[in-house]
Design a binder for this molecule. Structure first.
Ligand code: ATP
Ligand code: MG
Length: 192
């Protein structure tokens, strides 16, 4: 199973993505976590992206692809992926299509986590307190929501046009969202 997760910041992609991956036994890959771990480890790539992460801006497409290439290749060759946070704009979606075509790993489904802004800000506020992510403080979180609207939301139409889109109401409680996503994905699960 090859699944993309699309949604604004704090729409629950990480929480649900891990559950989806565990349920269908495919690797979970988060572009944001990948970058944050590079920053934490102080790698050259980490140094290049630290400012963008802190500001809530997207990192340059080519840097994102560089970070993701190997783990994604590995996931694609191991039967599938739940990909959280990539692609995040139409250019990245085209990159993914090119990359996937070479190894037969094109996405089969794009799950769109639909939540309104007021709820997102509530969540980033509590996450800022609980996890201390610098990009969850209000001003940066608002900016990330704007970046989502400008750069990422067009992917909803992109994948709808390809017939790959599934919308979930991600404002519901965590377990209810999980139930809805798993039910929607069940028909796509490959028989082992
Ligand atoms: P969740 O819905 O799981 O809470 P999130 O949207 O809050 O996720 P991440 O996906 O972890 O947050 O992204 C954090 C930051 O990482 C982004 O603001 C951006 O700077 C960078 N980033 C992540 N993915 C990409 C990408 N595909 N292209 C460019 N930058 C990215
Ligand atoms: Mg996340």
């Amino acid at each position: 199973m090859r699944v993309l997760l699309i949604g604004p910041p704090a729409s629950g992609k990480g929480t649900q993505g891990r559950r989806i991956a565990a349920h269908f036994d495919v690797p979970y890959l988060s572009s944001g976590e990948l970058l944050r771990s590079q920053v934490a480890a102080g790698t050259p790539l980490g140094h290049r992206v630290a400012d963008d992460l802190a500001a809530g801006d997207l990192v340059p497409d080519e840097v994102m692809l560089e970070a993701l290439r190997e783990p994604l290749h590995e996931a694609m060759s191991s039967g599938g992926y739940v990909l959280d946070g990539f692609p995040r704009n139409v250019a990245q979606a085209r990159e993914l299509e090119t990359f996937a075509a070479k190894i037969g790993g094109a996405p089969e489904i794009a799950v769109w986590f639909d939540v309104e802004d007021a709820e997102l800000l509530k969540r980033t506020r509590s996450r800022a307190l609980a996890e201390g992510r610098v990009d969850d403080v209000d001003k940066v979180a608002r900016h990330r929501i704007d970046v989502y609207a400008a750069a990422t939301a067009p992917l909803v139409d992109h994948y709808r046009a390809q017939g790959l889109l599934i919308r979930v109401d991600a404002a519901k409680p965590v377990d209810a969202v999980t139930g809805a996503v798993l039910a929607a994905l069940e028909p796509f699960a490959k028989l082992a």
